[in-house]
Write a protein that binds this ligand. Structure first.
Ligand code: MN
Length: 277
């Protein structure tokens, strides 16, 4: 992953953190929240809670990837708020922009950095963004499972993107279901985008997937802010106990029948909220 010259640069940067190298290792650096070990095999291992942060800074961009499209979704693990799916097209200039902005998986980028990067990406890159509010989501979920919904949304995002720009040969979806199931879920759609490459953890490998992830996250953040303002309360992310508390507060203020306006009702949180009303 790291070339010898990148490894040298890495070592020089953190030389003051150097500790005794373990067996089969050239050197070992004990940095704050991250231990980096360079093995004689040429492999470099980043370990610890900040491993991703250190690794990303020294990761060589994969120059074998050229024009491609990628998509990702956000909000499917959050009880409150919409599901946002984005598909992005990036040619070489787009890829360079994505690298320059330091964009990769939105789960590893701070919200404030997402707020800075996303508007630039949206202005510069052809993309399609779909936002599914809870009311609509709950309606669809009565008939389809979550993966089927995701498949329909990714397909629709590519159908929309194709209207803005010709799709390249390489189209990547951050994989959430096997390829066969994906096409089965969308089999009755009017338009189907085919020839898609499915790969897990694609956000870090394919710049367009990373960019799609960041734009989708940005849309999600903005939507949640609007929800906070509209209902005059704070809707937390995720699906924890804090979320249950907010659900109870919402139901007490607006009535339990309106929970479907702001929440994905099939989550276990709904039961917990109803029990405590
Ligand atoms: Mn994903």
């Amino acid at each position: 992953m790291l070339s010898p010259s990148q490894a040298d640069q890495l070592y020089r940067t953190f030389a003051s953190c150097s500790v005794k190298a373990p067996q089969y290792a050239e050197w070992c650096l004990k940095c704050e929240n991250c231990t980096i070990t360079r093995y004689t095999s040429g492999k470099t291992l980043f370990q610890g809670s900040d491993a991703e942060v250190y690794a990303a800074a020294f990761m060589e961009p994969d120059t074998s990837i050229h024009a491609h499209a990628g998509s990702d979704e956000v909000g499917t693990g959050d009880y409150f708020g919409p599901v946002c799916v984005c598909a992005v097209f990036a040619d070489d200039a787009g890829i360079a922009l994505i690298h320059k902005l330091g964009v990769h998986d939105s789960k590893q980028i701070k919200d404030e950095d997402i707020r800075k990067a996303a508007p630039v990406l949206m202005e510069q890159l052809p993309h399609s963004l779909l936002i599914v509010p809870c009311a609509k989501y709950n309606q669809v979920h009565e008939r389809s499972n979550l993966n089927a919904i995701k498949a329909l949304l990714h397909n629709q995002a590519y159908v929309n993107l194709r209207k803005k720009t010709a799709l390249p040969k390489l189209i990547v979806i951050d994989q959430f279901t096997p390829e066969k199931s994906y096409y089965r879920y969308i089999s009755s759609e009017k338009e189907i985008v085919r020839g898609i490459h499915f790969e897990t953890k694609a956000e870090d490998k394919y710049p367009a997937v990373g960019a799609a992830s960041v734009i989708a996250r940005y849309a999600f953040l903005k939507y949640m802010e609007e929800m906070d303002a509209r209902y005059g309360m704070h809707f937390p992310f995720g699906a924890s106990g804090t979320v249950d508390q907010a659900g109870i507060a919402f139901a007490e203020k607006y009535g339990k029948d309106r929970l479907g306006e702001v929440a994905k009702l099939h989550f276990k949180n709904t039961e917990k909220i109803m029990e405590r009303l």
